[in-house]
Ligand binder design. Sequence first.
Ligand code: AG3
Length: 281
Amino acid sequence: MDLWYTEKHSENVGITLKATRSLFSGKSEFQQLDILETVEYGRMMLLDGLVMVTERDEFVYHDMITHPALFTHPAPKKVLVIGGGDGGTIREIMKHPGVELAVLCEIDGLVIEKSIELLPSMACEIDGRNPRVKLHVDDGIAYIREHRDQFDVILVDSTDPIGPAVGLFEEDFYRLVFAALKEDGIMVAQSESPFYHAEIQKSMYGNLRQVFPIVEMYQAFIPTYPSGLWSFAFASKKYHPVRDFDRARAKNRGFYTKYYNEELHLGAFMLPTFARENIAG
Ligand code: AG3
């Protein structure tokens, strides 16, 4: 039997991966969740048919949503992840010994449960054994509304702005994030593909600039996401990701990162012209 999965990236383009079997398929209160075993990319998680992670290339996304902020902030101790129920972002945060507490606020308990069961290389720090990690199954917007002046870093590890994640791209949400951060806090949010999602980026970065004094985009290469070129928004109250970056601290980090390093940190913020144009003020 031939089993291939296609995610359409536009009406006429998509990515297709050969799979050997389905490990889980089910519907939660919020979305359709599928986990497939693929031939080239290992296990793959889909939400509403969109590729969220594969075992082979998740290191790029999880390194890059985490380490640029945690190495720009001089001493991050309390970190919040909104979304990210697969646990990959929490795994990377836990590599920073100075972090005392990481909170995961994921709206969909089924994503957490199935990741623990079927994606253990990502979910290894969210299975309840690490006292530095706290899980909340809750709407991220409701959660930060209840928290003021608490976090050094907030990472928004969301899906595309359709379905449950729409609100995570809006100005009102960024105001709540700003308030939930301490006076020198940093937010990073996944910000879609500069190649395919110019309109989303224009509105998202416009919204961020209404709220944060420092807003920069950086990029990473993620083969299974639309176009392979992906981006993250860095929004900060005080620290600039290039000017305030302590290269020596990142170089001497003392743990392995397969994608991130102290030179890439700087290089990732250098944008091709078309990407710059998407977010031009
Ligand atoms: N966050 C998903 C990024 C969006 C991918 N979009 C797509 N395939 N159309 C991933 C969560 C990983 N922790």
